[in-house]
Structures are given as C-alpha cells and as structure tokens.
Design a protein around this ligand. Structure first.
Ligand SMILES: Nc1ncnc2c1ncn2[C@@H]1O[C@H](COP(=O)(O)OP(=O)(O)O)[C@@H](O)[C@H]1O
Ligand SMILES: [Mg+2]
Length: 389
C-alpha cells in the first residue's frame, strides 16, 4: 500500500518566486490497485509523482510504501530514489541505445536477480514484451524503434521487475489513437494480473475513467475530489470536476424547496424548474450550478410523463456515427443532448426534454476549488470541453 500524507512540493521560478506545485496532497493506494492523478497541464501531477519517486524533495509531508516510510519531513527521512526500488515510466523515457529490445527489457532482471536462470529470465521478458506488443521485435536494435515503440519498451522494462510500486507519467502519450486504446486495455489487464500497486498520471479523462480503480482530480496543486471513476463522472463535487471530466451542460439556479426524498431538492433556473440531486446538504435560497450530461437528456417528439419535462426547439444537429448531438433551444439557452441516431426531428421543430432527477446534479457555487493566492504562478488555464450555451 502507498500512503501519501499532506505532501507539499515547491520550486523557485526564474523570478525568485515560489511555485507551489503540489499542496497538501493526501491519498492512499491499496495493494494491487491503480490510482490516477488526473488534471490539466500544470496542475502538479508530475511533481507529485516525482516526489513519490524521490526525484523531488518535498517541503513537508510523509510518504510510505508497504509500511516503510521513504520520506518524512517531521522524522527527517529521505530515502534515495534508487533505493526505493519503484518502477517508473516518465514522459521522457530513456532506452539503452547499445542494446536490442530483448536486452533492454531483460537488463533490470539481470542486474537485480543473479539467481535467476536464463530460461526464467527469458520467459518473464517475453511475457512483458508480448503484453506491450514488442515480442516480434525482440532482436531489433532499440534505436531502430519508433517513438511509440520506445515508449512501450520503457513500460516493459518497468514492468519486468514487478516492483512494489509502479509510477507511470502519461506513458501512452506518444502513441497514435488506435494503439493508445489497445495499450490501455493491455496495461489494465497486466496491472490487474500482476496486481501492481500503480500511480498513473494523465490529463486524458477517458484514459483515467477506463483504467482506474480510483481517481484524484487535481487543480492548481490541490486534489479537489477523490472517487471511483463512476463517482467522479456521476457525482462531481464542483464545477471544475464536472467540466474537466466529460462534457456537461451547466445551468445556474437557486434552490426553492427541499424534497422529502433525501438529497433531492427543487431548483429554479433561467429556463424552468427542476428536481435535482444535491451533492451537499441542500438549503432553500442557496445558489447552485446544475450539471446535466448530454447523454442524460432524453428527447422525444411526444410530451412524456413524469418530472423534469421541458419543451424546447431543435436548433442544430450533428451526426457523429454512433450517436447524434442535438442542440436544443430553451428560451435564450442552448442545451446539448446526445441521443440515438434514429431520432429524426428536423431543425426548427418543437421537442420535449426529460431529465432524470438523479442525473441533475446541483453543485454548490462558487466552485469549491482553490483560492487564487495558492495558485502556481505559471499555471496554465486549461481549455476544457464544455457546453455552457
Ligand atoms: N523544475 C521546476 N521548476 C520550476 N517550476 C516547475 C518545475 N517543474 C514544474 N514546475 C511548475 O510546477 C507546476 C506543476 O507542474 P507539473 O507538476 O509538471 O504539472 P503537470 O504534470 O500536472 O502538468 C507548474 O506550474 C510548473 O510550471
Ligand atoms: Mg506532467
């Protein structure tokens, strides 16, 4: 198990200011689980990972793996990176140019486990090379591989030792879309099979949702929500998470009543009233932002029974193969609905929207994000996919 507690890592920048790259970062990864740090560029993912590896020295905090403390500011412990024995693949991976693919993958085994037989080593190496789809290139010189193949080789080399902790920093970022998806499956299978305790870093939300047992969403050095992929997607705790993980519609509103059913309330918005689910305890008069995912808006030409039914007008449509995106106009607002391509309602015609209250998430305003004073100086504001109309 990995335990990271109240970790803060800072850098001085070129103007002599302090960049608070990771702040008060706390999480645990149970044995054999894959935990993802997800967030936009500059939010502190790599810094956190490098701090765990021992490549950065945090200002404060504590890090322990399997009960052994590898860093502690209060106990004045700092174990050197090479003595932590973690497997790592970073964005800038390095392969050994004077060796072929097999030798590259076998090297860590050969230096660390002298007692192993040739045959054992060969079996283990070929197994990881198969997993990263490089087995057919075992004899090729490592320098004659493409960027993506080199990245997979770096991954194979980290996996072959079955380390107590595997640290992966955007390990699939150099691959083309098709290969990336395939490697995603392979990586997931391998991680589950070998039960490797893994910290995975990515800015790609679909990668995080597909691979992880648990996700921590980071913004400006802080973890702002930790949860299962489903939790993060269906129960975002604030606007940043709702917007960064997936596409969503936001509607500003005010809570007008509390429903008898626990967690539910009524929200008045600029386009109508809705029954919604509140992430935090609802209170009449509280300002909220409603987050409704495009796939959670049902469309139909006939008025449907039940709560949360509104009438709008079809404003535009985009055909995307497996589904159709409808832009629906309600008063002055546009909402995005993702529906089955069989719906043929023409542009300009009326249409009914129905939204399951469980999928209308009332998020407290303002976003429970971080204060500006703590923001890293060089933080890049992400351009995230959103549909605020
Ligand atoms: N060596 C460094 N010196 C100064 N600032 C750094 C250094 N490394 C990272 N930073 C800054 O720390 C913040 C977090 O960076 P990083 O951890 O690399 O983010 P991410 O991996 O999420 O993109 C950014 O503002 C970045 O500019
Ligand atoms: Mg990074």
């Amino acid at each position: 198990m990995l335990r990271v507690e109240k970790l803060s890592t800072e850098y001085p920048n070129e103007y002599g200011q302090i960049v608070k790259a990771a702040q008060d970062v706390t999480f645990e990864v149970p044995e054999g689980k894959l935990f993802t740090l997800l967030g936009p560029s500059g939010c502190g993912k790599t810094t956190t990972l490098r701090s765990i590896a021992g490549l950065e020295r945090p200002r404060v905090g504590e890090i322990a793996v399997g009960g052994q403390v590898v860093y502690s500011s209060s106990k004045n412990i700092f174990i050197a990176p090479n003595r932590r024995g973690f497997g790592m693949v970073f964005q800038s991976y390095a392969i050994w140019p004077h060796m072929n693919v097999f030798q590259n993958a076998a090297f860590p085994l050969e230096v660390r486990s002298k007692r192993r037989s040739r045959k054992e080593i060969e079996e283990q190496v070929m197994r990881v090379l198969r997993a990263v789809a490089l087995d057919h290139l075992a004899d090729r010189e490592a320098t004659k591989l493409s960027g993506g193949q080199q990245q997979r080789l770096a991954l194979a080399r980290a996996l072959v030792m079955q380390p107590p902790l595997l640290l992966l920093d955007e390990p699939l970022s150099n691959l083309d879309a098709k290969l990336r998806e395939r490697m995603r499956f392979e990586l997931k299978r391998l991680q589950r099979e070998l039960k490797l305790t893994t910290v995975y870093v990515t800015h790609d939300q679909s990668e995080a949702l597909a691979l992880s047992h648990e996700i921590a969403v980071m913004s400006e050095g802080h973890i702002i929500q930790i949860g299962s992929p489903r939790d993060i997607y269906e129960r975002p705790r604030n606007k940043f998470v709702a917007d960064f993980v997936g596409t969503t519609n936001f509607l500003d509103g005010v809570i007008t009543a509390i429903e008898a059913e626990e967690g539910y309330c009524r929200v008045r918005t600029e386009v109508g009233e809705l029954k919604a689910y509140a992430a935090d305890t609802p209170r009449v008069g509280k300002k909220v932002a409603l987050s409704i995912r495009p796939e959670d808006i049902e469309l139909s030409e006939e008025r449907q029974e039940g709560v949360n039914v509104w009438q709008g007008t079809v404003d535009a449509k985009v055909f995307l193969g497996e589904y159709l995106d409808f832009q629906v106009k309600l008063k002055e607002r546009l909402l995005l609905a993702r529906v089955h391509p069989s719906l043929k309602t023409p542009v300009g015609k009326p249409i009914y929207l129905r939204m399951n209250p469980e999928k209308c998430i009332a998020i407290e305003e303002p976003a429970a994000s971080t204060s500006a004073e703590n923001a890293p100086v060089a933080a890049v504001a992400p351009k995230v996919q959103s549909y605020a109309g």
